[in-house]
Write a protein that binds this ligand. Structure first.
Ligand SMILES: Nc1ncnc2c1ncn2[C@@H]1O[C@H](COP(=O)(O)OP(=O)(O)OP(=O)(O)O)[C@@H](O)[C@H]1O
Ligand SMILES: [Mg+2]
Length: 342
């Protein structure tokens, strides 16, 4: 929203340090105030985690707040551990007796189960205990839970039905979230009460310019508007990529900063693309065509999939602002993604 820009590769964790995004923040606050659940979507490095953390910080006076990063979770036991390890110490102390009744022993940073427990059952009990007070929980990289997703979604469903004191905010890989939570095989996983979606789009050029200018001025880099414009031409307008450049440009020259940040960004984008492609040859082909710009019929002809399959895929990609359709030509919007695909 405001404040000075200081380039850092850590997610922001307060609204004062979020540049722009005023509309999104206002929308999210409205959603939070009605008690609805939220999914924050958008391409890699756009600022999903930052926004989720900043929102938690805004509400921590009146809510129990929990940020849980599910990266690298392999099974539901892992998930239980990860969740418990992120429950603030004061709440652990408060509920210690209840945990013991559930068969959970908490010693310092580790938890031990006294008997065989049902992991999702434990999570449900924990969430219900927490929600004696209003509670807001961010589940970041939620798609990583895909192994036991049906049990987990059932649990969320139960919580949603019985309990109006708890708000979940889901973030993570957009494609993954759509697949695991929002559009689960055509079913309606949360009984029609889908989380409200807020999609973070890449900035417009002016906002990206202002972001770089503000941060570079702040670190006393010797800035030139020509260089800032060249950086945006090459890098595009996604906050995280710009931040890569800004951080380096605060330390050394424009060309080195630009080359290094592009290289770094392309590496990250490739991971997300692998997630989207998911080993499908035709999707790989379609993306490649769109990196250069292609029409629907050209893509259809080359990929040889059905029109409904292709339309579905393109629709999803459009919803995430990864591609645009201009004058019947589909193309990849972000420069870094385009470079990564090529
Ligand atoms: N609105 C913003 N203002 C300032 N910095 C931002 C903003 N959005 C993102 N950033 C910066 O960009 C980088 C990426 O942000 P963040 O980690 O929140 O994105 P993400 O969408 O969660 O990324 P990933 O897909 O990798 O999880 C961080 O360095 C963060 O500080
Ligand atoms: Mg993130």
């Amino acid at each position: 929203m405001g404040g000075k820009v200081i380039f850092t590769e850590k997610p922001r964790d307060s609204i004062e340090n979020i540049f722009d995004r005023t509309n999104e923040i206002n929308t999210i606050k409205k959603v939070m105030d009605t008690g609805d659940w939220l999914a924050i979507l958008g391409p890699r490095m756009i600022g999903k985690t930052s926004l989720a953390k900043a929102i938690l910080n805004e509400y921590k006076k009146d809510y129990n707040t929990l940020y849980i990063d599910l990266t690298g979770i392999k099974n539901s036991g892992d998930a239980v551990n990860r969740i418990f390890n992120n429950v603030p110490k004061n709440l652990i102390d408060k509920f210690k007796d209840n945990f013991e009744i559930l068969g959970i022993n908490i010693m310092g940073n580790s938890i031990k189960f006294n008997r065989k427990v049902n992991n999702t059952g434990i999570m449900e009990s924990l969430f219900k205990l927490l929600s004696k007070k209003k509670t807001m929980i961010v589940l970041d990289e939620f798609q990583e839970l895909s192994f036991g997703i049906n049990h987990f979604i059932n649990m969320l469903h139960n919580i949603m039905m019985e309990n109006h004191n708890i708000i979940f905010i889901f973030t993570g890989s957009s494609i993954g979230l759509m697949k695991t939570l929002l559009e689960q095989e055509g079913k309606n996983p949360l009984a029609g009460r889908n989380p409200v979606r807020v999609v973070l789009e890449p900035w417009d050029r002016q906002t990206a310019f202002d972001y770089l200018k503000s941060g570079l001025t702040n670190c006393n880099a010797n800035i030139s508007e020509i260089e800032i414009n060249e950086a945006i031409n090459e890098i595009g307008t996604i906050a995280g990529w710009l931040n890569f450049y800004g951080k380096r440009r605060c330390i050394y020259d424009h060309n080195s900063a630009l080359n290094e940040s592009i290289e770094e960004a392309v590496k990250v984008a490739k991971y997300e693309l692998a997630n989207i492609i998911n080993k499908s040859r035709w999707k790989r082909k379609a993306l490649k065509m769109m990196a250069f710009g292609s029409s629907y019929s050209e893509i259809l002809k080359e990929t040889k999939v059905s029109t409904s399959t292709l339309s579905n895929f393109l629709h999803k990609m459009e919803k995430l602002y990864l591609i645009k359709n201009d004058n019947r030509t589909y193309y990849i919007t972000d420069n870094i993604y385009r470079k990564a695909i090529k």
